[in-house]
Design a protein around this ligand. Sequence first.
Ligand code: HDE
Length: 712
Amino acid sequence: MSKPKQNDNSTSKSEDLQKNKEDGKDQSMTTNQGLKVNDTNNSLKAGERGATLLEDFILREKITHFDHERIPERIVHARGSGAHGHFELYESQEKYTKAGIFTDTSRKTPVFVRFSTVAGSKGSADLARDVRGFATKFYTEEGVFDLVGNNMPIFFIQDAMKFPDLIHSVKPEPNREIPQAASAHDTFYDFVSHTPETLHNQIWLMSDRAIPRSFRMMEGFGIHTFRLINEEGKSHFVKFHWKPLLGVHSITWDEAVKIHGADSDFHRRDLWDAIEAGQYPEWELGFQIVPEEDEHKFDFDLLDPTKLIPEEMVPVKRIGKMTLNRNPDNFFAETEQVAFHPGHLVPGIDFTNDPLLQGRLFSYTDTQLSRLGSPNFHEIPINRPVNEVHNNQRDAHMRMTINKGKTAYFPNSIGGGCPHLAKMAEGGFTSYEERVDAKKVRERSESFSDHYSQPALFYRSLQDWEKEHLAAAYAFEIGKCTYDHIKKRMLYLISQIDKDLAQKVSESLGMEIPSEIENPVNQAIGADADVEKHQPKEKKNYLEKSEALSQTHLKTDRITSRKIAVLVSDGFDGKALMEMKEALEEKGAVIQLLATHGGTVKCDKGKEHQVDAALLTTESVLFDAVFVPGGEKSVNALLEEAKAKKFINEALKHCKAIAVSKEGEQLLDATYGKEFKEDACVFINKNPQKFIEGIAKHRNWEREEKAKKIPA
Ligand code: HDE
């Protein structure tokens, strides 16, 4: 790893957090009451072999605090990783919004971002096939603004009322708490197959987006349509997008399965290491703007969170950049206690009537009450705004603020009328004056009933390799279900999205595609007018393909922070290593020396090099590419190591770039490499530049058809 950069990343939030930091450096140990402690190993006893005395308040304090260390984990998005950074605006968006963060280009707004999986527990593995949360807290001068999104642009359901059902179905089955962090089980597909509105998010979940290479290589989406409000009070609809500057990249399912065992903290470690090494992840924030008057011009409803607006219909305008440049000091204090809420808004941004969003506005404060235990969670350092808070809310568990004076009500004269109301000119929040004139009904709009058109658009937009992965994912997941009627319902629904896709899945399952849906909903769950009414409408084709939906079009030529394994043993060609290392490190890649043993290895010139990992302790799936330098003795030793051959075979299978020089070629000959010498990303005695171009491709998917036969 290259050396950490000097930390010059202070923001108003990092200064604010400073007040609560302590590191015990050069200090005596004390109790929580400040009493100096001179023994923390032995309890107070009646004689050295005697019973422990209840009087031992030092022991009691230590144990009591320990007993209460855990708080409830998040009911969803329990496993996550966070980082600090800032957001900078490219040019004022005052035409659309009066929000300071989107109009003032001189600002460097502090942010805290938490990435997460959804279904698994806090201790589950990072590479579960799952949606990823992408939640950003902007500490703006006007208060906190949270953009609480995911790495997929749509959601499973259309109404908050169904969220507990969705989550209960995907969580481990309640009788035996199996499976952990996995959607591949009966209850999830029972729900999905009876709820066709889930199909769009479901097909994204089956795509490679659900197994990202890194949090740093994912898009983020606010999902719902929001409103932007300008100084004149005019509203525009907006969808928020995060576009990663490292491109969008994923791994294969075979790697995901193996990474589960090799490094279940793969994404967490990747984010942490990149920031420590000064390779700061960056995203551009994009707006997709729809004027109010165009609200009804689309073939779908803007208020329906299961629909995206194709970028070909409304382009994404990139308006600023977020950089994450500081790791948290304490996971619990920051990443665990951070509390996001889509209702944390600033003037210039407002909601729409999306019924999913409306329900979320209730849920996020409510959940903090049981998770963090008090309505004072906004006082926890990571949650408090950088501007001041003044109101008449008082007391409750763990109150930190000491409110002075006699009055905690409004209006008052005794307290001089303070805190007084903000005048509109001072930036108070007013809700957008949307005209509402309707009957109170428990209904869903029929404009929400198109469930096949956008999943079909997504599938059509993918490249062949992406389609293959997606079909295999469906076959895997549905294949894990044990009820035939659920499998058949799924096959039928997939056939309504795309016949070829359904054909591929049905062949893998060894099952015919039903020509009509069996076990109709009303037989299975009792007649239900709502479900009947919302059976999907016929599929439409308003756009043949959307390039923005395929990862193929979301690449960059940067190899920054890519991890390259160099396989060596004593006697390797030191000159070849140094040449390769210099060229790759210049482009920001991370080189690791993996040797047949730990400690140090000697090159052919007798120079000692530090080994980053013994082959025994690491795996091919943790790297992006492999280089094998020559050196007869070194290559002979590698040829004796089954792990070295497995390493090459897996890298080939996973379509990664491989470079060998001189005798290094013998390792190709001793593995499936001998069948791939003409491959576009296998480089034999080529200059490092070629290898760099190969790594930048992320994967040579053209190899996959042949490479998937490698039994690695
Ligand atoms: Fe969430 N969601 N959600 N969600 N959500 C939570 O809040 C909820 C939804 C999302 O890193 C919880 O503080 C309901 C959509 C993220 O801390 C909870 C509904 C989207 C995170 C909750 C939704 C999200 C959460 C659990 C349907 C993408 C993690 C802990 C009405 C736009 C934030 C917490 C973090 C977390 C409820 C739907 C994203 C229970 C009721 C749609 C990224 O309040």
